[in-house]
Design a binder for this molecule. Structure first.
Ligand SMILES: [Zn+2]
Length: 109
């Protein structure tokens, strides 16, 4: 019977630089940047939205929420830090912009 080699021996546990959660090295690119896999993915998505000026679609927003949920289950992790670091993925975290049109407050889009 083979031993469980899912985590290569000697690869350490480290704390993600963004969410501060304890994580194992499962993604080499993420680990080289000191990020957990979820924060690494969010950072890439955040860059994309920043570069092309798009807001997350509904399905992307659901996926980002799932990444935050995975982060929330990690020891020592802060979902708020992950949100704050990725303001293009989570534009709802910004203050809502509203304007009085004479009759009612309207969202500024
Ligand atoms: Zn992280």
């Amino acid at each position: 019977m083979r031993k469980n080699n899912r985590f290569t021996a000697g690869f350490g546990v480290y704390c993600c630089k963004v969410c501060r959660g304890r994580t194992r090295q499962t993604d080499q690119d993420a680990a080289q940047l000191g990020l957990c896999a979820e924060c690494y993915e969010l950072a890439g998505e955040d860059n994309m939205h920043n570069d092309d000026g798009t807001r997350p679609t509904a399905s992307q927003a659901v996926h980002y929420a799932e990444l935050l949920f995975r982060i929330s289950r990690r020891e020592g992790a802060s979902v708020q830090r992950a949100r704050d670091a990725n303001c293009y993925c989570f534009p709802a975290a910004a203050k809502p912009r509203v304007r009085w049109n004479g009759e009612a407050w309207r969202a500024v889009v």
